[in-house]
Design a protein around this ligand. Structure first.
Ligand code: BT5
Length: 244
């Protein structure tokens, strides 16, 4: 199996920003790993709190061969990654769920977030950056800095977590299914993704590009979009947004 390599950094503004800037020089499966980030990014200009060491702040650079990849596979790679994170958490006896599209929650509190970016020059995909933040060793005070309920693995298990071991398990699990995932696309993970989604069957509101839609979360379609049955009896397939 083709292996990965890790570039450890003490402090950086954002591992995704670093990877984006150096994308041409970085090889496939290069991991940029930081102890802290001074400007960790979430989606839509949101922030990822990254002040404490001992957590995962990383960007994985992927440069898959075009022929091997279904166009849609890359789009749903964040959902594949969310499942991988859930699988690794089970090794610690923790049952996590996914809040569509890709938040990983434990008891309704966010423990991990994923930010993916495609770097395209001309018509070519130069690289794909998968940014992953996972709270492994945070104190209750540090979690209070986050503007929504958040969890950290050490507080759940009652023990400090070996970050490097967690990372090794994460990358091992990720790459054990990666090639198959690229070939098959979202259908490879759809069943497990639905099983892990805590919101299916519930009444929800989705905020998507300034609009908000309420209804019942019915299913996830074959492209990874959320199927929402609205109060007016319409069915919407939503590809982008947040469940509030
Ligand atoms: C995400 O965005 O969840 C994507 C987070 C990706 C972070 C990684 S860290 C390494 C790499 N380099 C980067 O610069 N970023 C990536 P989003 O779905 O938009 O969620 C952001 C929201 O999560 C914030 O608005 C807060 O409410 C919450 N949040 C911020 N920091 C958190 C933390 N440490 N733990 C739990 N929730 C947090």
């Amino acid at each position: 199996m083709k292996t990965y390599s890790i570039l450890p950094l003490k402090k950086i503004d954002s591992t995704n920003r670093y990877a984006r800037e150096k994308i041409t020089a970085l090889s496939d499966r290069q991991v940029i790993l930081a102890e802290r980030q001074t400007n960790g990014c979430g989606r839509l200009n949101r922030k990822w709190i990254s002040n404490a060491p001992g957590n995962i702040y990383m960007s994985l650079v992927l440069k898959p061969y075009r022929d091997a990849v279904k166009a849609a596979s890359l789009v749903n790679l964040t959902q594949y990654t969310a499942l991988v994170i859930c699988d690794v958490l089970t090794l610690y006896g923790v049952k996590a769920s996914i809040k569509w599209p890709n938040d990983v929650l434990v008891d309704g509190m966010k423990i991990a977030g994923i930010l993916s970016e495609s770097v395209i020059r001309g018509e070519q995909l130069t690289g794909f950056i998968l940014g992953i933040g996972i709270n492994l060793n945070m104190s209750r005070e540090e979690l209070k800095e986050i503007d929504r309920p958040a969890a950290s693995l050490n507080l759940i298990t009652g023990k400090p977590i070996d970050r490097d071991l967690f990372l090794e398990q994460l990358l091992k699990t990720f790459f054990s299914g990666y090639e198959n995932y690229l070939e098959s696309g979202f259908s490879f993970i759809r069943k497990s993704f639905i099983e892990k989604n805590a919101f299916i069957g519930k009444h929800i509101t989705v905020i998507s590009l300034q609009n908000s839609f309420s209804g019942t979360a019915k299913d996830i379609d074959h492209e990874g979009a959320l199927i929402l049955a609205t109060e007016t009896g319409k069915e919407m397939h939503i590809t982008l947004g947040d469940i509030s």
